[in-house]
Write a protein that binds this ligand. Structure first.
Ligand SMILES: C[S@@+](CC[C@H](N)C(=O)[O-])C[C@H]1O[C@@H](n2cnc3c(N)ncnc32)[C@H](O)[C@@H]1O
Ligand SMILES: Nc1nc2[nH]cc(C(=O)O)c2c(=O)[nH]1
Ligand code: SF4
Ligand SMILES: [Mg+2]
Length: 236
């Protein structure tokens, strides 16, 4: 497991989970910097193992980004942003329903398993959070994660053999769905690949890939379709 002196975070934001089985759930996203499958620099994209990334994860200059010297410092910052997110949306953190639905943090990136470690997971649990992770599956995961989403990339080796959901960006010539059907998961999703360079507006590539993913799911009922709902809604 990574022994981290300083957590490097690109951005943190309150939104709805836009992908997978938890779609629609209020979540505090903590986007770690750095990835092991792409430098994040456009000039390196073509030669990267993962060459379709739709995310800027370079540096710590995003919204609420920065460096955090201890797991407690990062966990507390996440809690503050969660509460602020609910208040800003007109809710309150003391309503009855807040006792039923736990606060939810999604560690993503970049590749979060380069930095997420057990002490930080434990700190989030101490603050009453459920912990979700979006990972490319190439690194071992710390104990205690409540919802693990594995999203395989190209021919990168997936070392996680069990998770809550597989969410495969589709189509990837080097990552055919059948390569991941042996991984134990509750859900197997295909997510149509978006054109990484189109932030808003008509994404022709995505439209084509939505058709391809739909046809694949109709022919292979083990796989379900998930869309990036946040892009449709125009939210973070
Ligand atoms: C930016 S990644 C960060 C987490 C982790 N590195 C991973 O790849 O799962 C978050 C999610 O966005 C998905 N994603 C990245 N680029 C995409 C694209 N162009 N189209 C659709 N999904 C994409 C990834 O597959 C992953 O499920
Ligand atoms: N709303 C929203 N949902 C997401 N699900 C996974 C995301 C990611 O970039 O990890 C993401 C994201 O960036 N925004
Ligand atoms: S593995 Fe994830 S963070 Fe890394 S480049 Fe690919 S999609 Fe982006
Ligand atoms: Mg995203």
């Amino acid at each position: 497991m990574p022994s981290v002196n300083v957590y490097r975070v690109k951005e943190m934001f309150y939104s709805l989970q836009g992908e997978g089985a938890q779609s629609g759930r209020a979540s505090l996203f903590c986007r770690f910097s750095k990835c092991n499958l792409w430098t994040g620099r456009e000039q390196d994209r073509a030669d990267a193992v993962c060459n379709f990334c739709d995310t800027d994860f370079v540096g710590t200059d995003g919204q609420n980004g920065g460096t955090f010297d201890t797991p407690q410092a990062l966990a507390n910052a996440i809690k503050v942003l969660w509460d602020a997110g609910i208040e800003a949306a007109g809710g309150t953190t003391t309503t009855a329903d807040s006792n039923k639905t736990k606060p939810y943090v999604i560690f993503t990136g970049g590749e979060p398993l380069l930095q997420l470690n057990e002490v930080l997971v434990d700190e989030m649990h101490l603050l009453g959070f459920e912990v979700g992770v979006e990972t490319n599956g190439t690194r071992p995961a710390p104990k205690g994660i409540d919802w693990l989403c594995v999203s395989p990339k190209a021919d990168a080796e997936v070392v996680l053999m069990q998770c809550n959901e597989i969410k495969l960006v589709f189509p990837q010539p080097l990552a055919k769905p059948e390569r991941f059907e042996h991984i134990k998961a509750q859900h197997y999703f295909l997510s149509p690949m978006a054109d990484p360079l189109i932030i808003a507006g008509r994404d022709e590539k995505k439209a084509t890939n939505m058709r391809l993913a739909t046809d694949y799911c109709l022919a292979h009922p083990q796989w379900r379709l998930t869309l990036q709902m946040h892009k449709i809604l125009g939210i973070d």
